[in-house]
Structure formats: C-alpha cells, structure tokens
Design a protein around this ligand. Structure first.
Ligand code: PEP
Ligand code: MG
Length: 582
C-alpha cells in the first residue's frame, strides 16, 4: 500500500493517528427499479414511514443532546427537521413514485439531484452550503429505507481496539454526535470549509479534523492507517513506519505540553518584565462558564448571546422572552463568581440567521446584521437590553454592541439602553446604573473613526474575524477565498494598532475577542502593539498565557514598531516569526 499525502483545510488542531473508518455515501448505492401500479401506494407508504422514522430519530437526538454538547448542535438538528418537513422532500418524491413508478430510494435520489442542481446555481455561498444539509437529510432517509446502519454497530465499536478516524464525503453534525466516544479520534471529509458545520462541531469537540480534502473518501480505504495533522490540514494515508514514529513522537510531545499547561491555571498572566495581562473567555452559553473558570479566565470577554436565539424551531416563542434571557444571563454572571461578564447584544444575520428567517439580502454579510438588525427591531432589542440590565444586579455585566460603524448607531444604541433602564425603573426592577457599554470594532470604518467611539463608549473590543473579512473583502465562510484570509495583512495590522492606541490615549480598555486573540503565534505581536486584554475560546487560554509569561515586553514593543512600518507581507511574516525568539 503506497503512502500518499492530501492537503485540505485545517479546522481543528492537534494530531490524530488511527485506522480509517469509511462512511459510504448511501446515495450512491441505491437500487433503481420500476414498481408495478398495484404496489405504488405501498411504495409511497414505505417512503412516508422512512421519513417519519427519521423525524423520530432527529427528535430523539434533540431530546438526548448531552448537556456538554456543542451549542450549535441543537440548531443544526432543527435545520434538518425543517428540511425534512419541507414539501420538496416530504411530498415531491411521493409524486415521483406515483407518476414515474420509481422505487422509493430512486425517487428520493432523483428529487435530491434536481434540488442539488438548483442549489449549484445559487450565488449566495451560505444558501449554497445548505445543499449539504439537504443531502445529509436524504441520506438519513435512505439509510432507513435500505435498512442499513451507516454507523458502526455498538459491538463493532467495543471490539475495535485501535482508534478510528472517520473518513467521509461529508458528516452531518447530528451524526458527528455519535462519534463522541473515545474510539473515534479524528475526522476527514472531502467537502467543507473553515466554518462549515462539521468544522464548527469538530472544534467544539476538540478533535483533530481536516476538511475540504477533495476525494479523500475515494482514495483512502477501509482500515488504512491515517495520520491527521490538524494544524496543517494535512492527511497522510498508509504512512511509512518512520513517518508514523515521527508523528507519534510529535503527538506525545503535544499531549505532554497540554498537561504541563494545566499547571499555569492559577499563575497570573504577567510578562517577564512585570506587565499584567487580562485573559478572558469567549462563551456561547452560560454552561460554558465552568470551563472558562477551569482554564483560569479572569472573566468573560465575549458572550455570543445569539446562540440563545438559535435552535428554537420547536419553541413556542421564536425568540427568547425577557425572563428567559434574564435567567440565562444571570446564570452566567453567578457562575463567574464576581468576575466580569461581557455580553454582546444579538449578532444575528449573515451566517447566523434566526430560525425561519428568509435570506433576502443579496449579500448577507453586508446586510441587516447585528446592531443594524437590532435597531430595526426595537422591541426585540429593548427586551434583550432589559434582560441584560436585570442580570447586572447580580454581578459585573458589561454590554458589548456588535458591528457599529456610524455615530447615529452608537447614539441610538445608548438611547435605547437609557430607555430600557427607564422601563426597569418604572417596573421597580433592579439593575446596575453604572453598567459599562462597549463597541465591537470590526468594520474598517469604525477603526478609521475612533474618536467618535472613544468619546461615547466605555470600552472597545476588536472583532478581528469580521475586521479581516471586511478589510480584505473576503467572505469568512467561503472556502474558495479562505487562502486570502490573512491576519498579518499590513492593512489589518494598522487598523488593530490604531484601535489599541486610540483606546489607551482615551484611557479606556481595548480587548481583542476575534480568533487572533487565541492564536499563540500572534500573542507576542499583539502584546507588542500594546494589547493588554485577550478574549478567546477557553481551550486556548493557557497556551496564550504561557506565551505571555515568556515575553519580554520592551524587546517586543521595539520590534513590533518595525513590523508596523513594514509594507512587504514577506518581511512582516518573517519579523512576526522572529518575535517568537524574543
Ligand atoms: C469577530 O468578528 O471577530 C467576533 C469576535 O465576532 P464573531 O466571530 O461572532 O462575528
Ligand atoms: Mg464579528
């Protein structure tokens, strides 16, 4: 067996070594036959029953979601329920059976192929990505029709000693849940991008994963030895014993380093020359707070409140009520035991739509998103603001507003916070009247008009994910332009540096809460730029702390000045790499 290497997109870090477990795409293997007239209704019923069974399966998955399941999973299951209920899936194939006499599997695949062709024509990358969801739902129905479980049976899993790497054309997030047990150590998929559902779930599960691997599922064979280098997005099949040994050694070193990091939990994050740095956690739900504390976070720097608004297809209220929200915010505040909790107001739209919302924007990333949406829905916004303010009676809450670009948006937001306070006063509800309000700096226009922000706001938080997207004009969920996503582009660095400096000059806190804050290769650069507040996924926090403990701020600051004056990307990249030696 010849060894070969495949290159894809890295989405979840670490190294995995195991035997390939291939998931066959059910859709390719269906039988095609014509059904006699007198059996047509029985065939229709067979398909209807399969669809009903998948409905029940999804319902069970929903109700049995483990407490520690990634927060997005509920939302993904909801999307699959919606697709399954759509007449395009639940009715159109029945007509195909009746009119063309196709067997149920063939009818379903025919309909899916027609839908897929229509999806390929769609320009909007978010909608185009939904094609994968439709195919995943169809595969579930096909599995039931064909009576074959695609997942390995429980006995097989128990007997199967070596750790397995799942190789598939695509894996639905719901199926991924079933791979949580210890024998599955990695995921490789042919399709998917940096922010595809599979990638998001793999990252939350902290399992090495490489997506966008082309035709990996055809090249790799069942039980082949496979190495995933999750940091590089590389998959090596049938490695030579020498390569296998090298990766085993690297894997061992990584695990050891991780264990060692745990010792830093209580160590204050201070540079070698004595400057203290604040390390905060990004969370999606209050349930993430214990993990944040375990990793030594000094508070929550970004609570993405929109996750409370997702996955509600089965709820009576499509958006959470004031009391429901209040309970969740209070839960986070109490869980953080007096440490500050920065809650971002609803950042819905673009790649995070509300359930059932129609995609009418031509370019959702540039559309009615985040604060723009909230200001257009004042009742929804006021409800959230009241809930946030009420939670501030139980600990330190800070309100963070996303996607601000215009002075009037800041003024309207502040006016609505005042209005919410007034409503609470009238209702006799308690809140902290001094609650701080901050702005996300994530649109280049904001970074280029900082005086109007620092004058009005108590603190700033740089959302580098969007700042990069909007500065470089690349859709952050489109894998075709993923190679252009460069945090070290001189324009991006200038905007970040300007924001940090403007905040310091005005005497207000500036944090970075985008992915850059958790990237250890960039910790020293951000320190050198003057950043003193980093907010990131808790899993990254201790590694970033270690970088800080080893940093000499004076040397970093001088070298970073040079980097900010450099104009050639190559020179910048080399100088940033050199910071690691200071
Ligand atoms: C960002 O844009 O960097 C950010 C932190 O917000 P989100 O990733 O939720 O858009
Ligand atoms: Mg953002």
């Amino acid at each position: 067996m010849a060894s070969f290497t495949l290159h894809g997109i890295p989405v979840s870090r670490g190294i995995s070594i195991g035997r390939a477990h291939l998931l066959a795409p059910a859709a390719l293997e269906v039988q095609h036959y014509l059904v006699a007239e007198e059996h047509l209704e029985a065939e229709v019923l067979r398909l209807q029953e399969a669809i009903a069974q998948v409905h029940r399966e999804l319902q069970t998955l929903w109700t049995e979601l483990p407490k520690d399941a990634p927060t997005e999973l509920g939302a993904f299951i909801d999307v699959h329920v919606l697709i399954l209920s759509d007449p395009m899936i639940s009715e159109a194939p029945l007509d195909i059976i009746r009119t063309r006499n196709y067997n149920a599997e063939w009818a379903l695949v025919t309909q899916i192929e027609e839908l897929s062709a229509q999806f390929d024509e769609i320009e909007d990358p978010y909608l185009r990505e939904r094609k994968a969801d439709i195919q995943q739902v169809a595969e579930r129905v096909l599995k039931v029709l064909m009576g074959s479980a695609q997942l390995p049976s429980a006995e097989l899993r128990d007997d199967y000693q070596p750790q397995m790497i799942v190789v598939a054309h695509d894996i639905s997030p719901a199926d991924m849940l079933q791979f949580r047990d210890k024998s599955f150590v990695g995921f490789v998929t042919d399709v998917g991008g940096q922010n595809s559902h599979t990638a998001i779930v793999a990252r939350s599960l902290d399992i090495p994963c490489a997506v966008g691997m082309g035709n990996a599922s055809q090249l790799i064979e069942q039980d082949d030895w496979v190495i995933i280098d999750g940091d590089a997005g590389v998959v090596i099949a049938n490695p030579s014993p020498l390569v296998l040994d090298q990766y085993r050694a690297r894997q061992g070193a990584l695990l050891k380093a991780r264990k060692k990091l745990l010792k830093l939990k209580k160590t204050p994050a201070v540079t070698r020359d004595g400057t203290a740095v604040t390390l905060l956690a990004n969370i999606e739900l209050p349930e993430d707070c214990p993990h944040a504390l375990e990793s030594g976070a000094m508070g929550v720097g970004l609570f993405r409140s929109e996750f409370l608004f997702m996955g509600r297809a089965n709820h009576a209220h499509k958006t959470p009520t004031e009391d429901e929200q209040f309970e969740q915010y209070k839960k986070a505040v109490l869980a953080m035991k007096g440490k500050p909790v920065t809650i971002r107001t609803l950042d819905i739209g673009a790649d995070k739509p509300l359930d059932g919302a129609e995609h009418t924007a031509l370019n959702p990333a540039l559309g009615l998103r985040a604060i723009r949406y909230c200001l257009s829905e004042p009742q929804l916004f006021l409800t959230q603001l009241r809930a946030l303010l009420r939670a501030s009676a139980f600990g330190k809450v800070r309100i963070l507003i996303p996607m601000l670009a215009h002075a009037f948006e800041i003024d309207q937001s502040l006016a609505m916070i005042e209005q919410a306070k007034q409503q609470l006063r009238e209702a006799g509800q308690k809140f902290d009247p001094q609650v701080e309000v901050g702005a996300m700096i994530e649109i280049p226009a904001a970074a280029l008009s900082l005086p109007m922000f620092v004058k009005r706001m108590d603190f700033l938080s740089i959302g580098t994910n969007d700042l990069i997207q909007y500065t470089l004009a690349i859709d952050r969920v489109d894998y075709e332009v993923a190679h252009l996503y460069n945090p070290l582009h001189p324009a991006v660095l200038q905007l970040i540096a300007m924001t940090i400096q403007a905040g310091h000059k005005a005497g207000i806190d500036v944090a970075v809460c985008g992915e850059m804050a958790g990237d250890t290769k960039l910790t020293r650069l951000l320190l050198g730029m003057g950043l003193r507040e980093f907010s990131m996924h808790p899993a990254q926090l201790l590694a970033v702390k270690q970088e800080i403990l080893n940093s000499d701020l004076a040397a970093l600051t001088a070298q970073t000045r040079k980097i900010l004056r450099a104009t050639e990307p190559q020179a910048i990249a080399e100088a940033v790499a050199q910071l690691q030696t200071l």
